[in-house]
Design a protein. Sequence first.
Length: 197
Amino acid sequence: MEYSVKQRECLYDGFFQFNRYHITNQLYAGGWSDVYTRELFERGHAAAVLLYDQERDKLIFVEQFRPGAIATESSPWLIEIVAGMIEVDEEPAEVVRRESLEESGSEIMRLAKICEYMVSPGGSTERIWLYLGEIDSNKSSDFAGLEGENEDIRVHCISTQTAFEWLDNGKINNAMTIIAVQWLKLKLLEQHPLWEE
């Protein structure tokens, strides 16, 4: 199957980009589609990490204000895992190591890749690289964030059991955090090793 992008128009170029694509693609029944348009939100790609102190059975989460949650949530302060945008020529693993220090004060000792996934491919080009990171929770901060990026972050250090309760009762309500916590829960229930030896 093939496709062709006939034209790409930039509709907005600010903190994020919004582009209109004129596309045609091959059809399953044969032939090609008519040229059609789709608008895509292009914010770049991100990497995220669930911080886990296996020795103490503790997880680190960050809580911060998210404007996108104003219209849909009772509170726009969300419980999330550490995450950051991938800069040019930067590897996803480098991003989570940097962001872990910035957002929680935690140094990652080792990483295990959970998965990669597309956030919403019908309207966005964003891809997420998701990891589990081993940390010493005793060294995490209570508050963190870069003032220059308007980050005001509260750090939560909780038991895995509490995290699983937050998952079940909807306190954790964003995709990357849900995916990471569910992955860990399954691994622990099935007693699978978390780290490649």
